[in-house]
Design a protein around this ligand. Sequence first.
Ligand SMILES: [Zn+2]
Length: 122
Amino acid sequence: MATIRASCDTCGDVEFPTSEVNVHAPEDGGPGTYAFRCPRCSATVVRSAERPIMDLLIAAGVPSTTWRRPAELVERDGAVTVPFTHSDLLDFHALVSDDDALADALAGLVDVQPDDESAWDR
Ligand SMILES: [Zn+2]
C-alpha cells in the first residue's frame, strides 16, 4: 500500500497509508478537498486540492467520493452577477405583499396551479 506524506497544522509533516485519506471531488472536475486523520494527534485535517492532486491520490488508491456543486455556485462562475439593490428589495416586498402574485410565483416554483387546492394538502 502506498504511503502519503502531508502536513498537519500541529505536527508538521506526517506519513500515513492511502487508506487513511479520503478525496472529495466535485463532479464538474474543479478543485475539491482531501481529508486525513493525523497519525500523531488524531486531528482531522482537510486540505483543498486542485484536480491533478486529487487524480494522483485516486490513482494511488485513495478512496474518493464525488459531489455536485450547488447550482448557485455554478451559475456564479460564468454569469455576470448584479448586486442586489434597495430597488430589488422594494420589488420583493411588493411581491410578497400581493397574495395573488406570491401564489403565482410559488406555483411556478413547484409546478402547481393555485386553484388546484388538493395539491396544497400533500
Ligand atoms: Zn497532527
